[in-house]
Design a protein around this ligand. Sequence first.
Ligand SMILES: Cc1cc2nc3c(=O)[nH]c(=O)nc-3n(C[C@H](O)[C@H](O)[C@H](O)COP(=O)(O)O)c2cc1C
Length: 216
Amino acid sequence: MKFYALVGSPRKKWNDDQLIDRFIDGIHDLLPDAETKKVYVYDLDFKGCRSCFGCKLKKNETGDCIIKDGIHDLLIDIRNSDGFVMASPIYFMDISGEMRSFLERLMYPGPTKKELVISTIYTMNMTEEIFKEKMAPVTGFINAYFNANFHAGEVDTITAFDTLQRKNNDLYVPGHTDHEAKAARHEVQFPIDLQNAFDAGVRFANKAKNKQDEHS
Ligand SMILES: Cc1cc2nc3c(=O)[nH]c(=O)nc-3n(C[C@H](O)[C@H](O)[C@H](O)COP(=O)(O)O)c2cc1C
C-alpha cells in the first residue's frame, strides 16, 4: 500500500513535521511494508488552481489537472494512492496558504475512482476551547471536501494546541504571548501529542488494511 504524508508547515522539524513523523511511525507499526512518502508542500514549485477548467474538458479522458508544473505528477500519484495524512498549522484561522493552494489543485479534478483513507493533523496557538468554538466550519468543510472527492468517510483528526512557536526567546522582541509558559507546557504536552499522532497512524493503517481486505 502507498500513502502520502503532506506537511503544510514551512518549518521542518517543528510541530507539524514531528507529529507527521510519529504518525508515519504508527502506520509502519501496523504495516511495516507500506510505502509512505513525506512531501513538504512549501518545497514544491506550484501555484493554486487557475480555474482553467482543463481538468473538465471532454477531451481530457483522465480528468487530471493539466498544469504541467512541479506538482503535476504528484497530484496524479496521490489521487491513485491508498490515502494521505495532511498536517497543517493554523494560519489566520485556516490551514496554511500553501496547503490550501495544494488542496485546490488536488481536489478540483473531482472525485477519485478509489476510496482514500485520510487523516488530518492541525497544530495551532489557540486553546482547545477556542478551536472547538471557532474552527468547526473550517475543519468541517475540509472533511466534507475530502469525502466528496476521495470518498474518505469519517476523517480522523488530531490536534495540538498552544504549541511551541520559537526557541531562545531572548532573540525576539517581547509581545503579548508568554513564550516561557508555552515552553513549559510543551515539555509536558508535546510528548502526549506525539503519542496521539502515533496512535492515529495505527488507526489510519488499520482502516486502510480493512479497506484492502474488503476489496480483495
Ligand atoms: C502567519 C501565521 C499565522 C498564524 N495564525 C494563527 C491563528 O490564526 N490561530 C492560531 O491558533 N495560531 C496561529 N498561528 C500559530 C501556528 O498555527 C502554530 O504556531 C503552529 O503550531 C505552527 O506549526 P509549525 O510549528 O509546524 O510550523 C499562526 C502562525 C503564523 C506564522
